[in-house]
Design a protein. Structure first.
Length: 133
């Protein structure tokens, strides 16, 4: 009797579908928790490109007003480090290299399983377009 009950395959499809849907929901939940990380990385890349472009036009790393505008616009507050061929003070001579590295720390949340911080970096580079005599 017990062997007959165990060997029946009726209703097996329902269990397969239920397990499949459960797996699909877990994948969707993981994607939803990781999506903000990719959005932040994209915003950080744009932030770096914008301040390097401003530094190229101005010929200086003194672009604090543009940085503040971008901080308000994106909601990010990254650490900013410049690597430049300085001419005098914060001025950069024509065709001088400008490189900026932005570092931002964000939390990846896995719902009740906990969250942990990761560090995202963005780098952009360019050349100064200003000639100083």
């Amino acid at each position: 009797m017990m062997r007959k009950i165990l060997s029946e395959k009726k209703g097996e499809g329902y269990i397969d579908i239920a397990v499949g849907i459960l797996c699909l929901m877990l994948v969707v939940a993981l994607a939803v928790s990781l999506f903000p990380v990719f959005m932040t990385k994209q915003q950080l890349n744009r932030f770096a490109d914008e301040i390097v472009r401003q530094a190229e036009i101005v010929g200086s790393t003194n672009v604090n007003r543009r940085i503040e505008d971008l901080r308000e616009e994106t909601g990010l507050d990254p650490e900013i480090s410049w690597d430049c061929d300085y001419f005098e003070g914060s001025k950069i001579q024509l065709n001088g290299n400008i490189t900026v590295t932005l570092t931002c720390r964000i939390n990846i949340g896995f719902f009740q399983f906990g969250s942990f911080p990761i560090e995202i970096k963005a780098r952009a580079s360019g050349k100064s377009e200003v000639y100083y005599k």
